[in-house]
Write a protein that binds this ligand. Structure first.
Ligand code: PGA
Length: 245
């Protein structure tokens, strides 16, 4: 069985001091059965010292491979500094940076082409859920990727999907196990129809207090953690509980 992913997404937060405490702790502790994946802000990526017990991830990647793209960061550069994963399609990128399904698919493909594993984030808004449109949104987000030009050439079989209902992100309102399992079921069958084997993660207000309950979700293979990873002790509590499951 593959390791359970505990993905720490710092977002636009954190410091060199937080990085130092992460590095120190991750090099001295082991969490059997769990792979901590640390999504650092871009300036800190090159400071990461590789360690066997954790993986480095970026929070964003450019769709362009190289060239006159001021401010761009390519997938090849991320691999060069040691990244193994990258988040693609996070709702904050969709909303704040107006990234649409098409651009997200191009980023996904650019990452894959360089051997960088995307963590593909999808999820519905509160309004969509209230209107009974959750599956419509998820189908659209998945379909845009599966049908994108160039997808078949890069994606052979394995895809990592983080189901993150937007209303649960940063709100303190974690989705119920039932709601997550329902969404997982829908996503997994859509993936199977497209010939993809999905590794399913959940994100949205995950904390040291609720991760044990979340861990009981059928099909759950990882957690995407925002706020609760900004303090090492909190993140460690999550790692310990996921490891001991
Ligand atoms: P949160 O963020 O844990 O602060 O809700 C999760 C995410 O956006 O990935």
């Amino acid at each position: 069985m593959s390791e359970f992913l505990c993905i720490a997404n710092w977002k636009l937060q954190g410091s060199k001091a937080l990085l130092a405490s992460y590095q120190y702790q991750l090099s001295t502790m082991v969490f059997p059965g769990v792979l901590p994946v640390v999504c650092l802000p871009t300036p800190f990526l090159g400071l990461w010292q590789s360690c066997t017990s954790a993986a480095l991830a970026a929070q964003n990647v450019d769709a362009f491979d190289e060239g006159a793209v001021t401010g761009g960061v390519s997938a090849r550069m991320l691999v060069d500094v040691g990244c193994r994963y990258v988040c693609v399609g996070h709702s904050e990128r969709r909303e704040l940076f107006l990234e649409d399904d098409n651009l997200i698919a191009r980023k996904y493909i650019a990452a894959k082409r360089c051997g960088l594993q995307p963590i593909f984030c999808i999820g519905e808004s509160l309004a969509a859920r209230a209107a009974g449109q959750t599956e419509v949104v998820l189908r659209r987000q998945l379909g845009a990727l599966f049908n994108a030009e160039g997808f078949d050439a890069v994606e052979k079989h394995a895809i990592i999907i983080a189901y993150e209902p937007i209303w649960a992100i940063g709100s303190g309102e974690v989705a119920t196990v039932g709601a997550i399992e329902e969404a997982f079921g829908f996503i997994q069958s859509a993936c199977q129809r497209a010939g993809q084997q999905a590794t399913m993660c959940y994100g949205g207000s995950v904390s040291a207090d609720n991760c044990s309950a979340l861990r009981t979700c059928r099909g759950l293979e990882g957690l995407l953690i925002g706020k609760a990873c900004l303090d090492w002790d909190n993140f460690e509590r999550i790692l310990i509980q996921c490891s001991g499951y």
